[in-house]
Design a protein around this ligand. Structure first.
Ligand code: MN
Length: 230
C-alpha cells in the first residue's frame, strides 16, 4: 500500500564517533532527585511516574556543535532541566532491574525543556502536562555514547551552567529511582522498544532562560552539551 502523504522523516540522534540512533519514543521520569522534588513542592518519596514527549521533539546536537533552540511560543517562563538520557537498544516488557543493563544501548546528555508557566496552569486544573513539556524542540540532546565505551553510569557529576554561571548541580547517585529501577517500572506499563529514549530526571536548580542565553550541560563520562536559545 502506498503512503497517501509523504512519510515524516525518522527523528535521529547522532552517535559519538559516527552513526545515527533512530528515536522511537521519549519517556521522561518526573521529580527523580529529592531536592528538585522539594523545590517543586513535593516530599521526594513518591513512586516513580512518567510522561512522554513526541520523538520529533528531539533537537540533536552533534559533538562539538552548539545547538540552537528557538524560544517557544505561549510561554514567559521557559525552564531548563539537565538530565541523563538512556537509549534503549533491546526492547522488552516486565524487565527486571537486574536485567536492565542488557537493554541499554548508550547514554547522552539531554535537556527536558519546560514551559513551566503552562505546566503549572495545567497542574492546577488537573489537566495533562503536554503543552508544558511536549512542544517542538523541547528535547535538545547531545551525541549518544555506547554503553560499551562508557560502562554502566550509576554515579558521577551532572551540572548545568547558563552563560557560565552554575545553575544545576548534582550526582547521578542521587537519583531517587535509579536507571535500572526506572526501566523496570516503565517496562511494566509500556513495552520498551529499540530506539526509545528515557530522560531520567533533573537535579535541583531549574530556572528560566531567555533568548540569547547559552546553556552548557555536563555529565561525567559524556562530555558536554551546548545549546543557545534564539
Ligand atoms: Mn524533567
Amino acid at each position: 500500500m502506498n503512503h497517501v502523504i509523504t512519510p515524516p522523516a525518522l527523528p535521529t540522534v547522532p552517535v559519538a564517533g559516527g552513526g545515527l540512533f533512530p528515536v522511537h519514543r521519549i519517556y521522561c521520569v518526573g521529580r527523580n532527585y529529592a531536592e528538585h522534588a522539594q523545590e517543586m513542592g513535593f516530599t521526594g518519596r513518591e513512586a516513580p511516574f512518567f510522561f512522554l514527549k513526541p520523538a520529533d521533539a528531539v533537537l540533536p546536537v552533534a559533538d562539538g556543535e552548539v545547538g540552537e533552540m528557538a524560544y517557544p511560543p505561549l510561554t514567559a517562563n521557559l525552564h531548563h532541566e539537565i538530565e541523563l538520557v538512556v537509549a534503549i537498544g533491546v526492547g522488552g516488557r516486565d524487565i527486571a532491574a537486574s536485567d536492565a543493563l542488557s537493554h541499554i544501548w548508550g547514554y547522552a546528555i539531554g535537556l527536558d525543556m519546560t514551559r513551566r508557566d503552562l505546566q503549572n496552569d495545567m497542574k492546577k486544573q488537573g489537566r495533562p502536562w503536554s503543552i508544558g513539556k511536549a512542544f517542538d524542540e523541547s528535547a535538545p540532546i547531545g551525541p549518544l555514547h555506547p554503553v560499551g565505551r562508557t560502562g554502566e553510569l550509576t554515579q558521577g557529576a551532572i551540572s548545568l551552567s547558563v552563560n557560565g554561571v552554575l545553575r544545576q548541580q548534582g550526582d547521578l547517585r542521587e537519583l531517587i529511582w535509579n536507571v535500572a529501577e526506572s526501566i523496570e517500572t516503565l517496562s511494566r506499563a509500556w513495552t520498551l522498544q529499540p530506539g526509545d529514549l528515557i530522560f531520567t530526571g533533573t537535579p535541583a536548580g531549574v530556572a528560566a532562560v531567555v533568548p540569547g542565553d547559552l546553556m552548557e550541560g555536563h555529565i561525567a563520562g559524556l562530555g558536554s552539551l551546548q545549546v543557545r536559545v534564539k
